[in-house]
Design a protein around this ligand. Sequence first.
Ligand code: B12
Length: 247
Amino acid sequence: MTGTEEILRRAARSVVDADQEEAEKVAREALELGIDPLLVINEGFSRGMAEAGELFEKGEVFLPQLIIASEGMVSAIRILESSLPRKEEKKAGIAVIGTIEGDIHDIGKGIVATMLRVYGFEVHDLGRDVPVKTFVETVKRVKADLVGSSALMTTTQVGQKMLEEELKKAGIRDTVKTMVGGAVVTQRWANKIGADAYAENAMDAVAKAREIIGMGVDRVPVFETPPIDSVSRASKSMVQIAKVDGL
Ligand code: B12
């Protein structure tokens, strides 16, 4: 096993074991070894969170442990983010992002925000549990090119639809592109509510963001990091994707 593989394995393990100290240690060691921080976030910690989620669903892990696991992952990501490069000097666009009201899941949204920043977007991260009106007001205030909303629960997914409606009511729907994501969200849902794009993971989000704000697919960034589709698929398969047609 190479040094990188070992780091990725330990990163994933630290989340499954809800071992915050080890998660932070692995993040620091990864930086010392010069391993790509995005690789460690996407293929190490995120993989571990997908596994922890599976155990949670099976009832083998309980909420308090999942909370500690999440905290460990968040602080490890913070350490890794401190050394992330900015791939572009020129501003790619202005993005507003947040997790829909009623939903406190923010790890994936945070990774998307980070990736957008790395790829040159000015990102206004509103955090989690964000009322639709705050999204709308911020889009207006910062003159955003893009607004991304995250929903991890079927109950909060409806907020993404409300966002589409409220942007229309405010008369600014034509001035901003909308992108939706989160474990329960699908391309079908995005089509249904009239969002401009759906992205399955953070890298897909960067590519789609650039595409919809008119930077062209030919300029989609080339990542050194392997695709994390596997993580997203694992994550999705764990979620009972509800029939949201009625929402
Ligand atoms: C970690 C976690 C938690 C943590 C959250 C910590 C945090 N700070 O975020 C804690 C322990 C606090 C938590 C709490 C709860 N959770 Co929870 N949680 C999870 C879990 C296991 C993993 C989520 C995660 O972080 N994944 C890792 C990241 C990297 O992946 P991701 O979020 O999918 O993000 C990626 C993509 O989706 C995409 N993406 C995400 N956001 C966006 C946004 C945009 C714009 C775009 C383009 C893309 C994009 O890119 C990301 C990066 O690749 C999921 C299971 C799952 N399969 O998702 C359950 C899950 C989401 N939780 C669930 C539930 C029910 C809850 C609770 C209600 C439990 C309870 N009984 O209290 C509470 C929620 C309370 C609330 N009001 O929100 C359910 C939701 C079920 C449903 N279908 O509605 C799930 C699916 C577990 C389950 N199957 O039961 N949870």
